[in-house]
Write a protein that binds this ligand. Structure first.
Ligand SMILES: [Zn+2]
Length: 283
């Protein structure tokens, strides 16, 4: 009986220990699970935010690449003439910088080195421009200029963005309906941005705009876009190199001149010495 009691006690103690172990384990699990829940909550809240941002992005149906191409075309093929005429483009014109939702972000894009692009808002750097674009979409989409909600890419058809973007690739077949649509859009831009009734500068630019962009929207004509030319690029690097080359050439000729002069003097003195030595010999 005594041994039985001892065994009972031992079993009882074992049970208690087991119970304690199980409860401790459970507590450990339950103590980690709330943390994981909070973690999940955190992730969820972040996820929701990114989803919201993504949702925000989905609301913006405006191609960044095409907007950038349109901006580049405006800067190269239109603004030199607008600046020459000292003409002020009004906000009603769809080509006005305020009507480009990506303008502020693009102005906060810094190309520091070949493989270094920096975000002007948070100073983060990226190897490629497209990664910086993604960063803008994910982190700074709240800074998009949504006040006018105008998309510069919408006028791409009129401005020949495809021609500029695929300049190296083969030309696609001309679609008469698309050409007519683009011509109409192009003419409406000319009317909206450079009204003929607003002075001689406006009418001159109106005419130029038609020649530069609108005339080429035809499948039958042989007119090419941007017939009036583009902004001439003055490359600082080439200017510096050419100045250095001119300086080097001048130094080279100066060296040759001085060398020849020195040689002449030497031969003259040698002649003199030989002459005097000849005169001295007979005596
Ligand atoms: Zn940033």
């Amino acid at each position: 009986m005594k041994t039985m009691r001892i065994w009972h006690r031992r079993l009882f103690l074992l049970c208690i220990i087991c119970n304690l172990c199980v409860s401790l384990q459970f507590r450990r699990v339950s103590s980690t699970s709330p943390a994981s829940q909070t973690d999940h909550g955190h992730v969820d809240s972040n996820y929701g935010r990114t989803l919201n941002q993504e949702g925000g992005d989905h609301q913006i149906h405006c191609s960044r690449d095409r907007s950038r191409a349109a901006w580049k075309i405006i800067q190269e093929y239109l603004m030199p003439f607008v600046e020459k005429e000292k003409y002020h483009i009004s906000k009603r014109c769809r080509l006005h910088p305020d009507n480009d939702i990506y303008r502020d972000q693009e102005q906060h894009k810094f190309h520091i080195d070949i493989n270094e692009w920096q975000c002007g808002y948070c100073k983060k750097t990226f190897y490629e421009e497209k990664h910086l674009d993604q960063h803008f979409d994910n982190r700074h989409s709240n800074l998009l200029n949504m006040s006018e909600s105008q998309c510069l890419a919408d006028v791409c058809g009129a401005l020949h963005c495809d021609h500029e973007m695929n300049s190296g690739s083969k030309k696609s077949k001309c679609n008469p309906a698309a050409a007519a649509r683009n011509k109409l859009l192009c003419e409406s831009l000319a009317n909206g941005c450079f009204p003929v009734n607003e002075g001689p500068a406006g009418s001159r630019l109106h005419e130029l705009f038609l020649h530069q962009f609108c005339d080429a929207h035809s499948c039958t004509g042989s007119r090419k876009p941007f017939s009036r030319g583009r902004r001439k690029k003055t490359n600082v690097f080439y200017i510096v190199v050419s100045i250095l080359l001119v300086i080097l050439l001048l130094l080279y000729y100066l060296y040759i001149y001085l060398y020849q002069r020195g040689m002449k003097r030497e031969t003259q003195t040698l002649k003199r010495i030989s002459q005097t030595s000849r005169k001295k010999k007979p005596s």
